[in-house]
Design a protein around this ligand. Structure first.
Ligand SMILES: Cc1cc2nc3c(=O)[nH]c(=O)nc-3n(C[C@H](O)[C@H](O)[C@H](O)COP(=O)(O)OP(=O)(O)OC[C@H]3O[C@@H](n4cnc5c(N)ncnc54)[C@H](O)[C@@H]3O)c2cc1C
Ligand code: FES
Length: 304
């Protein structure tokens, strides 16, 4: 059983104090660094459409939420709207964190009961964000002076955006290959360019996004400057291709997975999926995406 207490130390800025969730000693000892997870009461600063399908949610958040890293996520208690009453929380990747002004941000596709509820939020409303949750990206030691590839499609753009910032801050060159159905649905390109990434856009409408073309694009990018780490999110086809190319070229990498979730904190096993025991192995191990991930080694991940 988890107990919930109020930690006044986590109060900051405009947001009220987070309710810290103490974890059992087994959970703590399974992790290299101490875990802090809280129900963070956040205030909505803005919640605007960025295109016909996606909204950008900006929250004032308590201090603990501001420790979130790229690849981690929050489990959002989406409000009811019209006939929708989302029972479970919905997982959303961290899109941006700005500790200096107590801000966390999400980019989400409005598609079901949960995100329709999120879409109703307006400035001044409150939202409970459980987190930060999961294991984020781990940039390798070769990042300074290295070349980081981000390969994202759909909601994967939201997940990989903070990784671009982390890699650039660590001294890497970043190439972001962003894939979408149409130019109108492309997001984050300017945001990533402003961060210093070299952005390459491919779309279905322009017939530049099929796997064969993206593979040759990545091989060209690698030929210009060897890629030292590759990450992907948002497409099974791109994941399979990147696994193959990265394996051939000897590039280490990671993938951020999406999976239906219940608790989000490792307790219900709703998010279990098979992984290779290690890269190249035919033996499978079963892991919880919420707790052991959602970021996993590129070559240990099985496609779906
Ligand atoms: C770690 C993590 C991070 C995520 N980050 C983002 C994000 O940054 N932005 C974003 O828009 N979405 C993100 N998602 C996906 C989002 O959580 C789901 O789409 C969520 O179910 C939406 O809730 P809903 O009630 O609106 O839609 P639902 O009614 O739950 O689902 C709508 C449709 O999406 C499908 N679906 C639901 N959940 C998943 C899933 N986990 N994987 C694949 N298909 C699913 C359903 O089968 C259905 O077809 C993330 C998921 C995970 C696990
Ligand atoms: S969602 Fe409950 S264990 Fe992952």
């Amino acid at each position: 059983m988890t107990t919930i207490t109020t930690d006044p130390q986590t109060a900051s800025g405009d947001a009220p104090a987070a309710r810290v969730i103490p974890l059992c000693s087994a959970a703590q000892s399974a992790c290299a660094t101490p875990l802090s997870i809280a129900e963070n009461p956040c205030f909505v600063r803005s919640n605007d459409w960025v295109n016909a399908e996606y909204k950008h949610l900006v929250l004032s958040a308590p201090a603990l939420a501001l420790t979130a890293r790229s690849g981690q996520f929050f489990h959002l208690a989406c409000p009811a709207s019209n006939d929708d009453t989302p029972y479970l929380r919905r997982p959303m990747s961290l899109y941006c964190v700005a500790p200096e002004n107590q801000r966390i941000e999400f980019l989400y596709k409005v598609q079901g009961a949960g995100t329709r509820g999120l879409a109703q939020l307006a400035a001044g409303d409150t939202l409970d964000a459980l987190g930060p949750l999961g294991k984020g990206f781990t940039l390798p030691d070769t990042t300074a002076g290295g070349h980081v590839l981000l390969l994202a499609r759909g909601v994967g753009l939201a997940t990989l955006a903070p990784l671009a910032h982390a890699a650039i801050a660590a001294g890497a060159r970043v190439t972001a290959v962003l894939s979408a159905r149409s130019p109108a649905l492309m997001m984050s390109a300017d945001y990533l360019r402003d961060a210093g990434a070299n952005v390459i856009i491919v779309t279905d409408d322009e017939q530049t996004s099929d796997v064969v073309q993206v593979e040759s694009l990545i091989r060209r990018v690698h030929a210009q400057q060897p890629i030292t780490y590759a990450s992907t999110c948002g497409s099974n086809r791109l994941l399979s291709m990147l696994q193959r190319v990265a394996s051939q070229l000897g590039i280490p990498g990671e993938v951020a997975l999406e999976q239906h979730m219940g608790c989000g904190i490792g307790a219900c096993y709703a998010c279990v999926r098979p992984f290779r025991k290690h890269a190249g192995s035919d033996e499978l191990s079963y892991r919880r995406v919420c707790w052991d991930g959602p970021v996993f080694d590129l070559q240990e991940t099985t496609s779906w």
